[in-house]
Ligand binder design. Structure first.
Ligand SMILES: [Zn+2]
Length: 418
């Protein structure tokens, strides 16, 4: 079983048959096409167990038989094919002002997308927006919806049920999965929104086919989603990947976490804006002042981007300094984890070369040569959708330890079973 399934607590006591079923289900999904013999070989399960599980999956329509394949020794094998459209899942990401939802197939490939505004920032605002989003997606569903994966703000407990704390939103111990389940009527599994975005990149972004990947969200906060051996790594209490609170300047500014000189205080969105304003105060004739008529409080990320695009030295310097701190922290991650790929996401990474190049430069300067040989550092190609697709993938990853695959496939109201 993979790392995540082992760490994330199942919703019910572990049922060995469910676990075995999850293993076979995952193998068939990953292969696309396979045979019973291959499944016995690759799962380590007995022939009888595999046959029984395959029979169940055939009956429920997750798998179909598509002809025969000869193994060269005179025996032919029935080819089994995964039907990614047999069921659907919803993936949702709670952004600061909105909920982005995708209706995805069993390969986490999005089929429909909807964005619902969620001003207010209270749990109830997000729950209402999610309900509205799911209601908009339900009539589009060509198959029953199994459940909802949720990319939530803040720290999420390892069981995927509660937001233990979100400092910017002022949430503390919010049972988000339970709240959404009660309102929407689907099983819910949550994880931090930046961490699930790593799964989005792994399944359908730059990380496709890659086993070791680090996704770094750079925006209001800085969080890393670490994928090791193809599975998202959560740590013992779900806290792995808190890159924003890695120390990069021992005597640096105080951070909300109580520590000093965290990366967050030097390279998160608020820190970058603060540094841009301070620089504009010191540098004569910068576009940052001209574009805001000297009202430096009006320097936003958009102003900074425009000034950088026009080659303004103060804007470029601001981003280069933040990029150097980001690169320093990422170089440490590269030395620890040895990923093949670092994907940069979020609104700061979306500023492009003026921030991405300084990050690359600093990582190349500091990381060990062995770790750099195979390493690429790229901006996210999925953009805002990475979190929602990753949340769908999160739910799909969990199917081995959840009752949903084994539950009778009752179509949701208003949905016609295939
Ligand atoms: Zn901190």
């Amino acid at each position: 079983m993979n790392q995540m399934a082992a760490i994330r607590a199942p919703l019910k006591p572990v049922d060995l048959r469910q676990v075995n079923r999850g293993i076979v289900f995952r193998l068939i999904r990953e292969r696309g096409q396979t045979t019973r013999t291959e499944l016995v070989h690759d799962s380590g399960l007995s022939k009888a167990t595999v046959s029984e599980i395959v029979a169940g999956l055939l009956e429920q329509g997750f798998v179909r038989e598509v002809g025969k394949h000869s193994n060269g020794r005179g025996r032919s094998q029935v080819v089994l094919e995964f039907d990614a459209l047999a069921r659907l899942v919803v993936g949702a990401q709670l952004d600061d002002q909105a909920c982005a939802l995708v209706l995805a197939d069993l390969s986490a490939r999005p089929r429909h997308k909807v964005v619902v505004p969620a001003p207010g920032g209270a749990p109830a605002d997000f729950v209402a927006a999610l309900d509205q989003g799911v209601a908009a997606l339900r009539p589009l569903a060509e198959a029953p919806i199994l459940g909802l994966g949720l990319g939530a703000p803040g720290s999420v407990d390892p069981g995927g049920r509660r937001v233990t704390v979100s400092v910017p939103l002022g949430w503390r111990d919010v049972p988000i999965a339970e709240l959404v389940e009660a309102r929407v009527g689907l099983p819910v599994l949550a994880a931090n929104r930046a961490k699930v975005a790593a799964l989005g990149e792994l399944w359908h972004g730059a990380g496709k086919g890659i086993e070791h990947l680090v996704y770094v969200f750079i925006g209001a906060g800085i969080v890393a989603g670490i994928v090791i051996d193809g599975a998202l790594y959560f740590g013992s209490a779900g806290g792995a990947g808190e890159l924003g609170h890695v120390t990069v300047l021992p005597d640096g500014p105080m951070c909300g976490c109580g520590n000093q000189g965290c990366l967050h205080t030097l390279a998160a969105e608020s820190a970058i804006i603060r540094r841009a304003r301070a620089k504009a105060r010191r540098v004569d004739g910068t576009l940052l002042s001209q574009m805001t008529d000297g009202l430096l409080g009006q320097i936003t990320l958009g102003v900074l981007r425009d000034a950088a695009e026009r080659g303004d030295a103060a804007a470029l310097e601001t981003l280069a300094e933040a990029g150097a701190y980001l690169g320093l922290a990422i170089a440490n991650v590269v030395n620890l984890v040895n990923p093949q790929l670092v994907v940069l996401g979020g609104p700061i990474a979306a500023l492009g070369d003026p921030i991405v190049e300084p990050i690359r430069r600093e990582v190349r300067r500091r990381a060990l040569w062995d770790s750099l040989v195979e390493l690429a550092i790229v901006p996210s190609s999925l953009g805002d959708e990475a979190g929602a697709i990753g949340a769908a993938a999160l739910f799909l990853e969990s199917l081995g330890s959840m009752a949903t695959v084994t539950a009778p496939a009752e179509p949701m109201a208003g949905v016609t079973a295939r």
